[in-house]
Structures are given as C-alpha cells and as structure tokens.
Ligand binder design. Structure first.
Ligand SMILES: O=c1[nH]cnc2c1ncn2[C@@H]1O[C@H](COP(=O)(O)OP(=O)(O)O)[C@@H](O)[C@H]1O
Ligand SMILES: [Ca+2]
Length: 486
C-alpha cells in the first residue's frame, strides 16, 4: 500500500485558512457615473463582500473627472459624448481587480443638463443616451443602465448619501457593536445640492407628512424606520442657469455681480440658448453684447432676488416660485457648488455671523477685476474666477430669501465636500438603493462589526491550525531513546 504523504494535511489546512481569510476580506465594487450639466464624474465604491447589513460600510475608492463638458453639450456630435467617458472607464478597469469586472455594477445617471436637453430636443437627448450606452457596454463591467434622474431622486439620494456617511440612519456604535436606535427625524441631516442647471433641497420635518403637496414627498423605510422626506429640485436654479436668468434682464450691460473693470464681449446665444431663458430673448439684431462689471454686492443681491418669484403661494407656506416648503428643521449639509464657491471665498465657517459673511463677500465683489485676476489667474480657471462674486451672492440669496434661512439658522448649515473620504452627492445614495444595500428592516440582533468579525475568524483559524500542528506533532513517529530490551 502506498504510504500517505504526512505533509498533505498541513498544506490543506494552510490553504483552507488562507481561503477563509480571503473570503471574509473580499471586496465588492460598484461604479456610478454622475453625468452633470457641466461635467461628468466617475466614482468607484467598494465594500466588504460579506453583507452584515451595517450602515457606513461603503466607501469611495476612486474618483475620475471626465475631461471636457457635460454629455448634454454633445448634441451636434453625440458619439463624442460616449468617447469622452473612455479614459475614466479605463481608469476604472485599472482600479478594480480584473476578476471582479464582470460582477461590478456600472450605472450612469444624468441630471439637469440632460433634463433641459430633453425639454428642448428630446431626440437629441435620446441620441446622446444611445452613444453613452454604446461606450458603457463596451467595457467588461456589469452594465445596469444609463438614465435620466428625476429631480426628486437627485434630491433624495443626496440626502441618503449624507445621512449614510454620517452614520445617522438609526444605528449607533457602542463597544464594537452596532445597535439600532430610534434616531429618525431628530438626527437626520438635510441636504442642499447646488449644481450648474438645478438645485435641490431635501430634509425631514415633523410638520411634513406628505399630505400637503405630495409631489414633494419621498418615503423610505430604512433600518426599520420610516422617513418621509421633503424634497424639491428647482430646474434652472443651478448657478450657471441662474446666471443666465440674472443676465437676461435690462441689467445685462452693467452687471453688479461682476468685478469693476470686467469687460467681455459675449454672444447673446451663449445666454439665451437654454429653455430656462429662451422666451426672454430680446428682439435685437446685434449678435453680441458687452458684459461690464459693476462690483456692487447690494445691487447684485437685488438683481438675484428678481429671478425668484414670491408673488403667489397656494400652500400654507412656500419657498419661491409657488413651491411648497415646510419649516426648516435640523442641520443641513451643503455640497457640490455650495462648497466649491464658499471654499474659494474662504467663507465655509458658518459660525461666523451672517453679517460678517456678507461684509466679506461685499468686499470681495468690490475688488477690481485686474487685482482679482493678478492674484488668482495662475491657480483658478478664469471662467470660475469671474463668477465667484455672482455665485457667492446667489448662494446667500437662495438660502436666505429663497429657502427662508435666517441669520440664526444660518449656522445650522455646514458646507461639506467629503464625509470620511467619500464625496457628498447623489451617486452613493443611488448605488446603495439600486444594490439593495440599505435594508428596510433593522437586523434582529446586534451584529458584529466587520473588523471584529474578521478578527474572530482569523484568530479561530490560527487556533485551529496550532491545535492541528500539536496533534500532528504528538502522533509523529519518534526515535525511541529508551534502551531496547531484546
Ligand atoms: O472648482 C469649482 N469652482 C466653482 N464651481 C465649480 C467648481 N467645480 C465645479 N463647479 C460647478 O459646480 C456645478 C456642478 O454642477 P453639475 O455639473 O453637477 O450640474 P447639475 O447638477 O445641475 O446637473 C457647476 O456649476 C460647475 O461649474
Ligand atoms: Ca450635480
């Protein structure tokens, strides 16, 4: 009979131990492309493969900014919208292990730029989506669709992201365990998202159950707790479209929202080729106008106020343009362009009194363009630089006049870019929803945290291995040192 190799079993055990550790530390990935009005971003998320239904486990692994403009700008050459995504998708291939590619879900969500294009020319928007889909399908990931997000979805998923990353979705950590606790409305944080073509406000309010203006209600059941969220997306009130609204009046020539000394010849088409303002196009023969800066914060505020309509409200209370809004409640996270603009202006600290914030912005707006340009032109793209006075004034006016924040409640807003290394925005909430990552019901018993789980399995595997070696050692044939009695 053939003798068994005594090393077979330890080798098998070592392989098993490595296998167990590999399984528990396996990582799953997901990709979401945010096709915004101004540009597209690709985000890769990762999370441990084994599901323990805990919150706060998904994190952003990689971010790639697509070169060029948003996909809605490629109406004349839709195939270029698809091509523009290739380099970021290649980066995604490099950042995700090859064997995981086929099971990595890939989503693309388009927001207000494509919403406007659909209004303007729906067949052009179909062509852009087709081109984008063709490119996405050409990559080895698990393509899950490219679609237009409704404004409510954009607002609601932004809210989910912020509250998920902030660990506010009804779970608290205590001594290594996560317990479900009745957090709900008291601890949920509102979300304010400012884009180029639309802006979203989303929050929970004890005074809103969805019965008044049901179009603004989004209901979730997350971790066993029901939330009814108030959300509204204002199309045309992102900062780029709002600038067009502000420019499209008689004030277009001497613009108080631009620095003194700013003097640019612009095409009327560049202002009016958008459904937000196309009906206001002046009947003028000339193709261009001169855009002159006046650098006056107070006058700029007045111009911006004029783009909001406060005249009619058929509900108990409204924000603007006749849109219902319940009373503001709790803290708010303000992200995307809110952060970019206020961060540039050095005004992200909301514990500073609002009066001081306004004074600083007023001083900035009054700074001559030559001075601003000389100071920043090497670090900041000129387009952004020229618009920061307008954008800062727009943000404060939107918050104070539009959404009814006051000098007291202003400090409840926090300007945020990232939470725990993940960007604040709708993409993470969108993926959590589509991958069913957030369960409706809370786990029955307090589960072990992932780290504790991996530690316990590892320690047990090592212990088993040591015990096995000891047993093996005890059974090993030994030289008998005792004198043999023959
Ligand atoms: O560094 C920056 N400074 C100022 N604004 C920025 C910066 N980076 C991005 N933005 C602005 O943020 C906004 C992002 O909007 P996005 O492209 O997501 O549109 P959407 O959400 O309305 O579809 C745009 O107005 C863009 O110009
Ligand atoms: Ca956006």
């Amino acid at each position: 009979m053939k003798e068994k190799n005594p090393w077979h079993r330890p080798v098998t055990i070592i392989i098993t131990v490595i296998g167990v550790i590999a399984i528990v530390t396996l990582v799953t990935y997901g990709i979401v492309l945010d096709a915004g009005s101004s540009h597209t971003s690709l985000y890769i998320y990762q999370w441990p493969a084994e599901k323990d239904n805990n919150t706060g486990r998904v994190e952003q692994k990689h971010h790639c900014q697509v070169a060029g403009k948003g996909i809605s700008s490629y109406t004349a050459t839709p195939y270029k919208a698809g091509e523009s995504l290739i380099s970021c998708l290649k980066e995604a291939k490099e950042n995700i292990p090859q064997k995981m590619h086929p099971e990595t879900p890939l989503y693309l969500g388009a927001t207000a730029g494509m919403r406007l294009l659909k209004l303007e020319n729906s067949s052009a928007s179909d062509e852009v989506f087709k081109a984008v889909e063709k490119t996405l399908r050409g990559f080895p990931f698990s393509y899950q669709g490219a679609r237009l997000l409704a404004g409510q979805e954009e607002g609601a998923f932004g809210w989910v992201t912020v509250n998920y990353l902030d660990d506010r979705l009804t779970q608290v950590s205590m001594g290594g365990f996560k317990y479900t606790s009745v957090h709900g409305n008291e601890s949920a944080k509102g979300a304010l998202d400012l884009g180029g073509a639309s802006t979203q406000i989303s929050f929970v309010s004890d005074e809103y159950n969805g019965s008044e203006s049901p179009d603004n209600a989004v209901s979730f059941r997350l971790y066993g707790y029901d939330y009814t969220l108030y959300t509204h997306s204002f199309l045309c009130y992102g900062k780029d479209q709002a600038l067009r609204l502000a420019l499209s009046g008689p004030t277009a020539i001497m613009d108080p929202c631009f620095h003194k000394g700013y003097n640019e010849t612009k095409h009327y088409a560049a202002v009016y080729d958008s459904p937000c303002v196309s009906d206001q196009k002046p009947q003028i023969v000339s193709e261009t106008f001169i855009h002159l800066g006046g650098g006056n914060f107070t006058q700029c505020q007045e111009v911006i106020k004029s783009v909001f309509n406060f005249t009619s409200c058929r509900y108990s209370r409204c924000s603007f343009n006749g849109i219902f809004q319940p009373p503001l409640q709790g803290q708010f996270g303000a992200f995307s362009a809110y952060f970019f603009v206020m961060n540039f202006l050095n005004l992200t600290d909301t514990s500073v009194p609002l009066k001081t914030v306004m004074q600083k912005l007023s001083d900035y707006c009054a700074t001559p363009w030559t001075q601003v340009c000389a100071y920043f032109k090497h670090d900041i793209p000129l387009k952004y630089l020229a618009e920061y006075c307008f954008s800062g004034t727009y943000i404060l006016t939107l918050m104070m006049e539009g959404y009814n924040f006051t000098s007291e409640t202003y400090s409840s807003i926090k300007y945020i870019q990232k939470i725990k290394n993940s960007d604040a925005g709708w993409t993470l909430g969108y993926m959590l929803n589509l991958t069913n990552m957030i369960p409706a019901e809370a786990p029955d018993s307090p589960p072990l945290t992932y780290t504790s789980y991996v530690s316990v399995v590892t320690v047990m595997a090592i212990l088993l291995f040591v015990i096995f070696i000891l047993i093996l050692y005890s059974l090993w044939p030994k030289c008998n040192t005792e004198p043999k009695i023959i």
